[in-house]
Design a protein around this ligand. Structure first.
Ligand code: HMG
Ligand code: MG
Length: 298
């Protein structure tokens, strides 16, 4: 069966804007986040506290958070890789963070300057301190279904990384198809592998990039497996600067169109969301990738 309600975890301001060549003005970012909340999104990943030279697009994280005032009901997690990032996030007053692990050796090197095993030496004290400070911690796993340098990724390897994040105390685990290569059978295999390892669907979120046009099919498959949290990016903004051939995330509008059609509640006002993406595309000087935005605003 399908769920009655899905929580959309909006990543446009972070996963979207981290991959734009243009550095977007901080006031425009703040307006983007406000508009997303105004369209009914209740979880908005706003920015990241990574090394500013690694992702200059989000170097204004602290400044941005000062400009954003959201209702208490809206969650505004930020990406944090290590203790230095946590210090910066705490200083900015965040209540929720997301750490991001690699499911493969090569991407651990390219994205975190670490190894598959050593990345946990970075995460363990970060998560312990975050939990002690009362923050909620989400754990991402990247390259769950395929890696541009290594090709196929063994399910057991992804399950092991995910399980370690769960054991550290991450309340939610987001399974990243960083380069958008997954197909639905792989989604079923990974979710069932996780269940066998004791990680339940109620702990999972799915994070698809749409490089090969499979993101909606993969998402629907995950919903049928019992997942109820879906990551997406307004307008289909996004990618990952440290992963070759990654294009934008599943577009939030495309997701909402499907869920509306299925009678699944999201709380999102599609019209307001499309208007937001049209506005953002003007700021970026290029059309939104989302097919639904093109259809409704074209
Ligand atoms: P490193 O160079 O190994 O860092 O980078 P280090 O620990 O050796 O420290 C070197 C210097 O950086 C030190 O300064 C640190 O203080 C400073 P110095 O003492 O030399 O003056 N430093 C920092 N400064 C500010 N903020 C920090 C920070 N950390 C260290 N947080 C590091 C290691 C993890 C920092 C680096 O590799 C990094 O920032 N990586 C982030 C890359 C990234 O953001 N990628 C995109 C997000 S992941 C993604 O998009 C995938 C996802 O969407 C899911 C999916 O699609 O699969 C989540
Ligand atoms: Mg991503």
């Amino acid at each position: 069966g399908l769920p009655e309600r899905v929580t959309i975890y909006e990543v446009g301001p972070r996963d979207g804007l981290q991959n734009e060549d243009a550095i977007v003005d901080v006031a425009v970012k703040a307006e983007f986040v406000r508009r997303l909340a105004g369209a009914g999104l209740t979880t908005i990943e706003t920015t990241s506290f990574v090394h500013p030279q690694w992702v200059p697009q989000l170097a204004d994280a602290a400044e941005l958070l000062k400009l954003i005032e959201l209702p208490d009901a809206v969650r505004a997690p930020v990406l944090v890789p290590n203790e230095r990032g946590l210090d910066r996030a705490l200083e900015a007053g965040v209540r929720e963070i997301a750490i991001f692990a690699s499911g493969t050796e090569t991407f651990a090197q390219k994205n975190l300057n670490s190894t598959l095993d050593d990345q946990f030496a970075m995460f363990t004290p970060t998560v312990e301190r975050a939990l002690a400070a009362g923050l909620a911690v989400r754990g991402y796993v990247s390259m769950c279904y395929g890696d541009p340098w290594e090709g196929d990724v063994p399910v057991g390897q992804v399950v092991a990384v995910t399980k370690r994040l769960a054991d550290l105390g991450c309340h939610e685990l987001s399974l990243g198809d960083t380069i958008g290569v997954a197909t639905p059978g792989q989604v079923v295999d990974l979710i069932s592998g996780l269940q066998k390892a004791g990680v339940g669907v109620d702990q999972l979120a799915v994070h698809f990039h749409d490089t090969y046009g499979q993101a909606l099919a993969n998402t629907l498959t995950a919903l049928r497996e019992g997942v109820t949290v879906v990551d997406s990016s307004a307008g289909g903004l996004g990618g990952c600067p440290y992963a070759e051939s990654a294009t934008g995330n599943l577009a939030t509008e495309d997701l909402v169109w499907q869920l509306d059609g299925l009678g699944i509640e999201t709380g999102v006002d599609l019209e307001k969301l499309v208007a937001t993406s049209v506005w953002m595309s003007k700021q970026l000087g290029k059309p939104a990738a989302s097919r639904v935005v093109q259809a409704l605003a074209g």
